[in-house]
Design a protein around this ligand. Sequence first.
Ligand SMILES: [Zn+2]
Length: 154
Amino acid sequence: MRDFPSTFPRSRMEFSNTAKARGIKNTCPDDLLPGLIDLAWTLDSIEKALKVRYGEKAKLDINCAYRCEQLNAAVGGSPTSAHKKGRAADITCNACSPYDLAVFIFKMGINHDQIIQEFGRWVHVGMAEHPRKQALTARKINGKTVYLQGLMPV
Ligand SMILES: [Zn+2]
């Protein structure tokens, strides 16, 4: 099994502010590690491409990637969330908007399962064995999260 890239080490892929604040031990189980490592390498390739496009200072920040059951519940994640399988990351880039980032990743062709522009605040990148190649925009409408087809600004 290959290791995590130096840019996205295991510690980053398991980090979450919510987990830290609530004392949740967010450790990816061994059987899910290969998927989490693949995801880390995908993020590495996205960041490399962003540096080519926006310059060396461009970087990705991860809000969270892997989520254990307890953390997923704490952040109100879907029970079937790809985060629980270590196959999804919520990310932002310091060089462009979440919308621009979502479009950028979509155009890269990373064989994604889902790219979701979420509330104009971050991008969800999900991978899967049988990728659905979905591109969605999440919005709050009357307090409910609605997923619209396609990538749209905010
Ligand atoms: Zn997500």
